[in-house]
Design a binder for this molecule. Structure first.
Ligand code: FAD
Length: 458
């Protein structure tokens, strides 16, 4: 009887799981393991909570076979492999800087005992690092990457194995419980593979075709909300792309836009793979000399931003949604990020850190490169002179003010788009909404002055 280990990480599902198929093919029984890594769990309480809900669903899907341990992964995995006599530990290939270092440690620990870490597949349709230009170099901007990514293509989804013989926990005394959270769902939506597939198919049938027109509208809230499922690997992007290709609406503008968004996720993972330092440093050094603010006065402004008390309704609605739901609409992520960087003059990593700590879908590659895009330091950076206006963005993308009123009860008495400009209404501040902490027009000019100086034009 041979046993292999399947070490789950960002792939908490059983269908379309290349590493699981490899494990099933290589042995009679598979020991399914998840390691709670204190390094990864040190921050981001909402992520930890959501992870638990996902693990609870996976545990149920394995008929309770999933074993969960806490500890340094190299020690935990090597010890388990030795205990059950597994020659191979199967994983999906990791692409974040920490994940790669950790896997190197695990690989070395296993090799010391003549065992092997086998990497099959990844959380992406095309594994990061695989799409290269004709000179064998990585792409630095999105559009040519997306074209090459599409041309590269991806295999059809793998089936869920019919009959998996799960191995028993070799030390049931060490078994750890998972906490499914209130109602078993975790905050802000159902967790697990079945919930991910249901969400995806609901979106495919109901909202895909209008996605092209409506994706920028936080008031309508019709985007897929798949980010959190993708974050935990409850669904593989290949499954999404294959079902999308078979759908009658696959030629629609909505479908094209949606595939483009998935390509952004793949692009940012690819950028992080090639340039791991870009996680926390400016990707491009053109703004190296940029002057950012810090100190107690700035800290008070940042605190107002975090609490949703800047006095700019669209920004505040987003920041309150983030704290309440652990999620924020993409358009509002751009506007709130821009406000921190360009209205409060704070270097992007501090905002990226705050988002990662509060997003359930917090993902190093998408989040930090999304911040860099807004800050003008990343790939495809929006031009430096582009500063989102938090008021006109709100009026344009939340034209009836519904999104703002949903999150800011102090503005519930203002009807329609008036909710975006309480300073214009005689009773705008009657219910405790704060006045604007900065003057956007003035801060925009200040940002442009600083950019000019940083670029040597000022
Ligand atoms: P949909 O519009 O339905 O898009 C479908 C999928 O495409 C998403 O689930 C996501 O996987 C991918 N996607 C969409 N837009 C982007 C994008 N701009 N970049 C990369 N992938 C994208 N996304 C995260 O998954 N985790 C993050 O931590 C994260 N932080 C962000 C921070 C900032 C400052 C910005 C501007 C964007 C960030 N994004 C992040 C990207 C995007 O905002 C979210 O993926 C999207 O809002 C999730 O909602 P959805 O699933 O309904 O998206």
């Amino acid at each position: 009887m041979t046993i292999s280990i399947l070490w789950f990480r960002r792939d908490l599902r059983l269908a379309d799981h290349p590493a699981l198929l490899a494990a099933v093919d290589s042995s009679d029984e598979v020991l399914p393991v998840f390691v709670r890594d204190p390094v990864l769990l040190a921050r981001g309480g909402v992520r930890a909570e959501r992870l638990e809900a996902s693990l609870a669903a996976l545990s149920a899907d394995t008929g309770g076979a999933l074993i969960v341990r806490t500890g340094e992964p190299a020690a935990v995995i090597a010890e388990l492999a030795e205990t059950v006599g597994a020659d191979q530990v199967h994983v999906s290939r990791e692409s974040t800087p920490y994940g790669r270092r950790r896997d190197d440690r695990v690989r070395r620990a296993l090799a010391g005992d003549g065992r092997e870490l086998v990497e099959t597949g990844s959380p992406y349709a095309v594994g990061p690092g695989r799409v290269l230009n004709k000179s064998g170099e990585p792409y630095r901007v999105f559009t040519p990457f997306a074209r090459a990514w599409h041309d590269h293509g991806w295999p059809e989804p793998g089936d869920r194995p019919d009959d998996i013989s799960w191995a028993a926990d070799p030390d049931s005394g060490a078994s750890e419980d998972v906490d499914p959270g209130p109602g078993g769902a975790g905050r802000g939506g159902e967790a697990g593979e079945q919930a991910a597939l249901a969400r995806w198919r609901e979106f495919l049938h109901e909202d895909l075709t209008s996605y092209g027109d409506q994706r920028d509208r936080p008031d309508l809230d019709t985007t897929s909300r798949l980010s959190v499922h993708l974050k935990y690997g409850e669904i593989h992007p290949r499954t999404i792309l294959a079902e999308l290709a078979d759908h009658p609406g696959s030629d629609s503008e909505g479908a094209r836009r949606f595939v483009t968004e998935l390509a952004w996720r793949e692009f940012y993972a690819d950028v992080l793979w090639h340039r791991p330092r870009s996680a926390w440093r400016d990707l491009r050094d053109t703004l190296e000399g940029m002057d950012y603010d810090e100190g107690p006065e700035t800290a008070a402004l940042v605190e107002a931003w975090q609490q949703g008390l800047t006095g700019y309704p669209f920004v505040d609605a987003g920041m309150r949604q983030l704290r309440a739901e652990g999620w924020m609409h993409n358009r509002v992520r751009m506007v709130t990020a821009s406000f921190l960087v360009k209205d409060l003059h704070v270097w992007w990593p501090s905002g990226a850190r705050y988002f990662l700590d509060h997003l359930r879908d917090g993902d190093l590659a998408s989040n930090n490169h999304g911040w860099q895009w807004v800050a003008g330091t990343g790939t495809d950076a929006s031009p430096y002179f582009r500063v989102f206006n938090p008021v006109t963005q709100g009026v344009k993308f939340d034209p009836d003010g519904d999104y703002v009123r949903r999150w800011i009860p102090e503005l519930a008495h203002l009807s329609g788009a008036a909710a975006h400009e309480p300073w214009r209404a005689a009773d705008g501040y009657d219910h405790g909404y704060p006045e604007r902490i900065v003057d956007h027009a003035e801060e925009r000019r200040e940002t442009l002055r600083r950019y000019d100086r940083a670029r040597g034009d000022g």
